[in-house]
Ligand binder design. Structure first.
Ligand SMILES: *Cc1c(COP(=O)(O)O)cnc(C)c1O
Length: 381
């Protein structure tokens, strides 16, 4: 099956007992057995639930993986991967990471004896320098948030594998529609399905996809032993979301490209950060490893003051001022004071996060309404 067909069908068959075309939401904690140990694969719903099984099959197919394991959130999915390591192991991660991932690594797992090195992996030489004899995992995220930097997955995977380390890619921003990390050499893909996979900003869920049987066993063990599982209704909502993933992402990318062209020509706009722009430092790599450049757009104002950015984003009407991303609705936010507020100002500026940086999650509305909205707000600052 091709991608769009997988979006609609993978992991799902009409319900064998009723013929229901849509996967039922199995609200049950336990399953009847014919005799002790004689059952159809379902015993207790922490370990397996049929709605979750359908979702896991769907997400695995979309990433070209043999196995899918769903968790209660993207952070819980990340947590389950880390629990596959042991005290004394070392992880190299890109320095431009999702804030919650950085917090989990440094404030939880460092206390349990894992060691982390954060490096600018836009230059693969920095990975070679950061690897140690005990490096077990290389953690990548591309495009990054909010600077939309691009990492060369295939090149970094080769370097990591030569040193005996496994590679994880957080594919939340790109989605499997635009980028397939396993085909590029990654061992594991992590998703916050809260974003594009769910696609409607109505659910929190995460998943890990892999074709490695050993990792699948480790993750299944975590599901059973640490139990951060999603409920069946949440699984149903994400399954409903992925049915239109291809349509939503296509439209959102097209809208983002038009908005980038508008911003690039606007006299009050400073830099526009979008991997689809030939001037973007990661453009050539993005062109190679992504089908399109995504629907996240960041830009700065020539008037680089926090107050000006705040004024702009409190004056949009179609774009909603909110954290998160990947839903059908367009969102606008100020990383410096919202999602990335915990990073000290000097560290933030050194990383290229200027005070006026504004991040857009472009949705699927009529693009002219989105452009008119930004245009009117820019006129007022
Ligand atoms: C939101 C997000 C996460 C965390 O996912 P939750 O579902 O919020 O727990 C991880 N990585 C990226 C890139 C994200 O955007």
């Amino acid at each position: 099956m091709r991608f769009a067909t997988q979006c609609v069908h993978a992991g799902q068959t009409p319900d064998p007992s009723t013929g229901a075309v849509m996967t039922p939401v199995y609200f049950t904690s336990t399953f009847a057995q014919r005799a002790p140990g004689d059952h159809d694969g379902y015993e207790y719903a922490r370990v397996h639930n049929p709605t979750r099984t359908a979702l896991e099959g769907n997400l695995a197919a979309l990433e070209g993986a043999a196995h899918g394991v769903a968790f209660a959130s993207g952070v819980a999915a990340t947590d389950a991967v880390l629990k596959g390591l042991s005290a004394g192991d070392h992880v190299v991660a890109t320095n431009d990471l999702y804030g919650g991932t950085y917090r989990l690594f440094t404030q939880v797992y460092e206390r349990f004896g894992l060691a982390f090195t954060f490096a600018d992996l836009t230059d693969p030489a920095n990975l070679e320098a950061a690897l140690q004899a005990n490096t077990k995992l290389v953690w990548l995220e591309t495009p990054t948030n909010p600077l939309l930097r691009i990492l060369d997955i295939a090149r970094l995977a080769d370097i990591a594998h030569a040193a005996g380390a496994d590679v994880v890619v957080d594919n939340t921003f790109a989605t499997p529609m635009l980028q397939q990390p396993l085909a590029l050499g990654a061992d594991l893909v992590v998703h916050s399905a809260t974003k594009y996979l769910g696609g409607h900003s109505d659910v929190i869920l995460g998943a890990v996809l892999t074709s490695r049987d050993d990792w699948n066993e480790r993750l299944r063990f975590q599901v059973k032993s640490t139990g951060a599982v999603p409920g069946p209704m949440d699984c149903f909502l994400v399954l409903r979301g992925t049915k239109t993933l291809h349509l939503r992402v296509e439209r959102a990318c097209a809208n983002a490209e038009r908005i980038v062209a508008f911003l690039a020509d606007h006299p009050k706009v400073g830099a526009v950060l979008y991997p689809g722009l030939p001037s973007h430092a990661g453009h050539d790599v993005a062109k190679r490893q992504m089908a399109r450049y995504g629907a996240m757009v960041s830009f700065t104002l020539k008037d680089d003051r926090v107050e000006t950015a705040h004024a702009l984003m409190s004056r949009t009407n179609v774009f909603t001022l909110a954290e998160s991303l990947g839903g059908v609705e367009s969102l606008i936010e100020h990383p410096t004071s919202m999602t990335h507020g915990s990073i000290p100002a000097d560290v933030r500026r050194a990383a290229g996060l200027s005070d006026s940086l504004i991040r857009l999650s472009v949705g699927v509305e009529d693009v002219q309404d989105l452009i008119d909205d930004l245009s009117a707000a820019l006129d007022t600052v």
